[in-house]
Design a protein around this ligand. Structure first.
Ligand code: NAD
Length: 359
């Protein structure tokens, strides 16, 4: 069976890691029909918008996309097209597995954590009010009137929105993931001691949903304690559920535990649509240098194969990647103890070596 998949190469290192991933996926023997779509600054230049309707239409039709990282301009320019894509397609669950691979120079062994991050709200709602704008002044006045709190007149405001419905569906997603993948424990990470209403709501809902899954151990932990425990004893964690904002940096932290962003795959999943993409960004300083590690994106491709029902090919590709990592020869600079090592491979050589294992 041929699978129609929207292919978004992205920018920066995106096109290189995406091409390498496309090659190894094709080498599994699975048949793909790729429908290439452009988003981000390239799309802004061509279509006058960073998120053109043609890209959204392709993803809606195919229901599956493989995506490279896309740069977000800092401060000015368009808002994150990655965030916009997740919101537009209601891809409410971000799934980021972080697992230690034998052969990776890292401080920890036996880490196998799955981060489940809420993807649509929280501080990423994109609702912000600039300092001194008339709306901000109105809002500050309203806050003073309703709470009696003296707020500084030169404040800017970013809203943290946590809803009952979005919290419920992400927590259910995490427990269902745990059930289907024989995971033993789910931990919700929050700051409900300080953010009593927003994180408090998230935690309450997690506790309620947990009761429906008596066979899965449920715990909760404050964000600060979670950071300390993750770097002290990461093997105590299994599935983590987090609101959007904390999920962003905790997933990078977990990637660091297992050897870095070059090994951290991900998926953004909604009711009918799933986009598979690595956790890392476009690392512009390495763009065009055939230097970036394609394995995070390849592992996202393995997740995509499973999603498409291609279990045997997913297992085969997963094994080939693990073998290449364990051999430690055909890997990129970030997986070498000495990055100047003369055997350090480039992006495309990693793909060649993995394809060699698949033959
Ligand atoms: P980044 O993940 O791009 O890079 C941080 C550092 O991690 C790099 O400098 C590099 O040293 C290392 N790194 C990342 N990926 C690597 C790889 N595959 N192989 C080897 N080393 C790798 O983070 P950043 O610099 O904060 O972000 C750059 C741009 O990417 C920003 O515009 C950001 O908004 C965007 N971004 C996009 C996505 C996405 O498309 N989903 C995700 C995160 C960041």
């Amino acid at each position: 069976m041929q699978h129609k998949v929207t292919f978004i190469p992205g920018d920066g290192i995106g096109p290189e890691v995406a091409k390498a991933t496309q090659r190894v996926l094709e080498a599994t023997g699975v048949q793909f029909q790729w429908d290439t779509a452009i988003i981000g600054s390239q799309a802004q230049d061509i279509f006058g918008t960073p998120l053109p309707e043609s890209a959204l239409k392709s993803i809606r039709e195919n229901r599956v996309a493989l995506k490279g990282p896309v740069t977000t301009p800092i401060g000015s320019g368009f808002r994150s097209v990655n965030v916009a894509l997740r919101k537009e397609l209601d891809l409410y669950a971000c799934l980021r597995p972080c697992k230690t691979y034998p052969g990776v120079p890292t401080r920890y062994e036996n880490v196998d954590i799955v981060v489940v991050r809420e993807n649509t709200e929280d501080l990423y709602s994109g609702i912000e009010f600039a300092m001194n704008s008339p709306e901000t002044m109105k809002l500050l006045k309203f806050i003073t009137q309703t709470t009696g709190e003296k707020v500084k007149g030169d404040s800017a405001i970013s809203l943290k929105l946590i809803s009952q419905s979005a919290s419920e569906r992400i927590v259910k997603f995490a427990f269902e993931y745990a059930r289907k993948n024989s995971r033993k424990k789910v931990t919700v990470v929050h700051k409900a001691n300080i953010l009593k209403f927003s994180d408090g709501l998230f935690l309450d809902i997690a506790r309620q949903v947990a009761e429906e899954y008596p066979k899965i151990e449920f715990t909760d932990i404050l964000l600060d304690a979670a950071c300390m425990q993750l770097v002290r004893k990461p093997e105590q964690f299994d599935v983590l559920i987090l609101p959007n904002f904390y999920g962003d940096f905790i997933s990078d932290l977990c990637a660091g535990l297992v050897g870095g962003l070059g090994l951290a795959p991900g998926a953004n999943i909604g009711r009918n649509i799933a986009i598979f993409e690595p956790t890392h960004g476009s690392a512009p300083k390495y763009a065009g240098e055939n230097k970036a590690n394609p394995i995070a994106m390849m592992l996202s491709g393995v997740m995509m194969l499973r999603h498409l029902g291609e279990k045997d090919s997913a297992d085969k590709l997963g094994r080939a990647i693990a073998e290449i990592i364990a051999e430690g020869k055909n890997v990129t600079y970030d997986l070498k103890l000495n990055p100047e090592d003369s055997t350090t491979a480039g992006t495309s050589q990693v793909a060649d070596a993995i394809i060699g294992k698949l033959r």
